[in-house]
Design a protein around this ligand. Structure first.
Ligand code: ATP
Ligand code: MG
Length: 354
């Protein structure tokens, strides 16, 4: 395997995976059904999921429905949002014959794993998580215990499904660190059950939205995957850049310009500095025009397939139900191993998985 990973932090970028070793890997990742997917998802994680699937690695996508209420009062219109997510995954290239997609709430073993995992982490450690702190601040409400512990749910999802590779955006890195810590602590205390998964980042792990902050559904600064071409042009035209005339690639000094260059680079495979050279004196107007063209060209097929898939909700629900059955099989057997390792398998109910 030619993963270029830093073993201390468990991050790899754009890995190429040897086909014989692909069998030993499993991708587990997910999204909250809080709204439609956006360009940040597509570039930051979805493209990696599809690429890894196409290299022969099993991909599990968890639709984290309970996590919607970490920072809001109600779960919202879940049926439509979840169907929309499935349509967008499939339109982007996730193949339901090779990958599984399921809603978290339908796989109860995931929640059972929370209890032993919660015993392995201190309250102070949970409070130190920078992403949880930022999400709590953005929600403008006091932090719920569900928000404080959500990285532990996420760890339970990844470890229950025996994930080894987790394609995510930058905001998720503290959670993957915690997942690795929990796996290590569990193994040290009860014997070796879990592998330590690694986060996979793309070159654009935090795509910025039209207001210059990280693109996220909650901030309302997104370019939705399903936007029309005209909407995309208008949103990109309104995106923040800076007042310097010449376009150059400098991620620190010129983050918004660098963001558009990275978006173009990720979608075309050209280096961002080369894209900058090409646009150069054309300034922000040409950069935006080029970005909108590239986004629209890259997403044209995805958008067409998305609409076709949305017209068949029965098929989309079938994909989810299939995914639930497969996820339950894996998660139940992991829970069984956990209970054995902890010495909690002292009584067996007839009909339960042995
Ligand atoms: P919400 O605002 O409801 O939290 P979100 O836009 O942050 O929504 P999530 O469902 O929380 O999206 O994130 C799903 C996955 O997509 C995570 O792996 C996350 O890191 C990744 N992701 C989300 N936004 C971006 C972004 N702007 N750039 C790169 N990756 C992203
Ligand atoms: Mg989020």
């Amino acid at each position: 395997m030619t993963l270029t990973a830093d073993p201390t932090i468990g991050i790899a970028r754009n890995p190429a995976v040897d086909s014989t070793l692909a069998q030993a890997q499993r991708v587990v990742t997910g999204d909250r059904p809080t709204g439609p997917l956006h360009l940040g998802h597509y570039i930051g994680t979805l493209a990696n999921r599809v690429r890894l699937q196409n290299q022969g690695i099993g991909v599990c996508i968890v639709i984290a429905d309970y996590q919607v209420i970490t920072d809001r009062d109600a779960a919202g219109p879940l049926r439509d949002r979840v169907r929309n997510l499935v349509a967008e995954y499939l339109a982007a290239g996730i193949d339901p014959d090779r990958s599984i997609i399921f809603p978290h709430s339908l796989v109860p073993a995931l929640n059972q794993l929370m209890l032993p995992f919660l015993s392995l982490v201190s309250e102070a450690e949970l409070h130190r998580n920078p992403t949880v702190k930022a999400e709590s601040l953005a929600s403008r409400r006091s932090m719920s215990a569900l928000l404080l512990t959500y990285p532990v749910h996420q760890a339970a999802d990844i470890l229950a499904l025996r994930g080894t590779l987790v394609p995510v955006g930058q905001d998720q890195l503290p959670h993957i660190e915690l997942t690795r810590l929990l796996a290590r602590r569990f193994n040290d205390r009860y014997g070796s059950v879990f592998a330590e998964p690694r986060a996979l980042l793309t070159r654009a792990p935090a795509v910025l939205g039209t207001d210059g902050a990280r693109m996220s559904k909650t901030r309302g600064n997104t370019i939705p995957l399903g936007a029309t071409e005209d909407e995309t042009v208008a949103k990109i035209r309104a995106a923040r850049t800076d007042s310097l005339r010449h376009i150059t690639f400098d991620a620190h000094a010129r983050p918004q310009v660098a963001n558009l260059l990275l978006v173009i680079a990720e979608l075309t495979g050209v280096e961002p500095a080369a894209v900058a050279d090409e646009i150069s004196g054309g300034g922000a107007a040409l950069l935006k025009q080029r970005a909108a063209e590239v986004i629209n060209e890259s997403l044209r097929g995805v958008r067409r397939r998305r609409l076709e898939l949305l017209a068949d909700p029965t098929y989309l629900d079938g994909v989810l139900l299939d995914g639930v059955l497969q996820a339950r099989t894996v998660a139940d057997s992991t829970l069984q191993r956990v209970r054995q390792a902890m010495g909690m398998d002292y009584l067996c109910v007839q009909g339960d998985p042995a």
